[in-house]
Design a protein around this ligand. Structure first.
Ligand SMILES: [Zn+2]
Length: 482
């Protein structure tokens, strides 16, 4: 690092003859310790406040402007620029534009970096008026950078700071970008902000600030055009007062520079999400074709809501089932749930085919016997009326007898129904067998219809303690075997 030393007495030191020599020694030693090579020393003999009264300073500034040094060493910062305000502005500006640092034994000042922090320390050095002027100039510089597509604000989630030459831009952070893509696709599939926030948190996404993603930040991300590769600035205005206030500007005031950095989300996806946000679009879950074989079948056992199918990893084409209620059941891969349902159906079929067929044969004889019994009871009932008419039974006795016969009839009917169910089961078993045979070749919508023809509902449960592939399912078939 090449540097110049600038020496000047402060007002208080005017009568001290050794001051500059002492300072020179200190700075040279300091520079040696820091491996800074001093290529020139400026020594102001006069202690004038105005620049024109400081010929060495004028010379130094010319050198700095010509970018001859990486840094200028001085004892403390106000040695450089005590005095008239506009002149201090010139000094600061010159250092800033040439990228020359100011180094004091106490601190390194880089006027292109961390500018706000620097300013607090420079406030004693610069008058308030001057500070405002410089800030305005810097803002103009920032505006210029923005107009050229430079990204000066904090990088949004999914990106980090990158550089295109001197232009600040954004670089994709892949593991974060995956979550950004997931957020958009879940939203388009019909999930709400809160459900998405919970889902991605569960999958390990952590926001830059704060502990956990919430609905508001998800919605803000869905609106952020920077994911399209455009730089958007002038969205907000900060008002500093007793309380820091932020005003959101209207869209018309935004400054948008297109294609300034790599996009994470494509135009089409962004538009779809935008339409849902505006409430003008109904997600395909409500209207279009069925892509989930378990659609309208699988419900969360805890909250009763239907589980939603969402893409898990685009690259693998994997989907996951998740409960839309915040903090409810943990999600599971769709293919795992689907094969578990099919396993259940196969098991159901095997059970019937092994033992229950025999029972059905026995059932035939039982049904005939029951029918005969029912006929006998019906005759008893009709005889009751005769006895009542003939005066054999009093009204009280009639009512009593009638009630006991009705109970008998109901019991016979129930038994008959059970065996009748066994008959319908025979048809149902055939239907299950056919559904299983046709399943593999069917489209997702066809699979869904096949399942719906044999299943009423699938109840799903999974707690956080479960392993990824572990979950509980209870399948309710249209016909149950007893
Ligand atoms: Zn639930």
């Amino acid at each position: 690092m090449n540097a110049a030393i600038y020496l000047r007495k402060s007002r208080a030191e005017e009568n001290d003859l050794d001051t500059l020599a002492r300072h020179r020694e200190q700075l040279v030693t300091f520079a040696a310790g820091k491996h800074i090579s001093v290529i020139k020393t400026f020594e102001e003999v006069v202690s004038g406040e105005r620049l024109y009264a400081r010929p060495q300073m004028l010379e130094l500034l010319a050198d700095v402007e010509a970018e001859k040094y990486d840094a200028v060493l001085c004892m403390d910062i106000d040695r450089l620029g005590r005095g008239a305000m506009s002149e201090q502005g010139i000094i600061i500006e010159t250092f800033k534009n040439s990228g020359c640092k100011i180094i004091t034994p106490r601190k390194v000042y880089d006027l292109n970096d961390d500018i706000d922090e620097q300013y607090t320390e420079m406030e004693s050095f610069l008058a308030r008026q001057e500070l405002k002027m410089i800030k305005r100039r810097m803002q103009r510089g920032t505006q210029k950078t923005k107009a050229e597509g430079g990204h000066v604000a904090n990088p949004p989630y999914g990106y980090k700071r990158g550089w295109d030459g001197k232009r600040p831009t954004l670089e994709i952070v892949e593991h974060e970008a995956d979550f950004v893509r997931l957020i958009f696709s879940m939203y388009i599939e019909g999930a709400g902000g809160t459900a998405i926030a919970n889902q991605i948190s569960e999958m390990g996404a952590v926001p830059r600030r704060g502990k956990k993603f919430g609905r508001t930040s998800i919605i803000a991300m869905l609106r952020n055009m920077e994911y399209l590769g455009h730089t958007v600035s002038n969205r907000i205005k900060h008002i500093k007062g007793i309380k820091h206030k932020v005003i959101y500007k209207s869209r018309a005031e935004w400054m948008i520079v297109k294609n300034t950095h790599p996009a994470i989300i494509d135009e089409n996806t962004f538009k779809k999400a935008g339409k849902i946000l505006e409430g003008r679009y109904h997600p395909p879950a409500n209207t279009g074709e069925v892509k989930n074989p378990l659609a309208g079948l699988i419900v969360c056992e805890k909250c009763g809501s239907y589980l939603q199918r969402i893409p898990f990893k685009k690259s693998t084409g994997q989907y996951t089932l998740f409960c839309t209620t915040p903090g409810c059941c943990t999600s599971t891969r769709l293919d795992r749930a689907e094969s578990a349902v099919l396993d259940y159906i196969r098991e159901y079929l095997a059970q019937i085919e092994s033992g229950k067929m025999q029972r059905r044969e026995n059932g035939k004889t039982a049904t005939e016997a029951l029918k005969r019994e029912r006929k006998a009871v019906d005759e008893q009932m009709s005889r009751l009326y005769d006895f009542l008419e003939q005066g054999v039974y009093t009204v009280e006795v009639f009512v009593e007898r009638q009630r006991s016969i009705k109970i008998k009839q109901a019991a016979i009917d129930a038994s008959l129904q059970k065996y009748k169910n066994l008959e319908t089961q025979k048809d149902f078993v055939n239907q299950v067998r056919m559904a299983l045979e046709a399943y593999e070749q069917a489209t997702p919508e066809g699979k869904n219809q096949l399942l719906k023809s044999i299943i009423g509902k699938v109840y799903y449960f999974k707690s956080k303690e479960y392993k990824p592939a572990q979950f509980d399912l209870s399948v309710v078939m249209h016909e149950t075997i007893d």
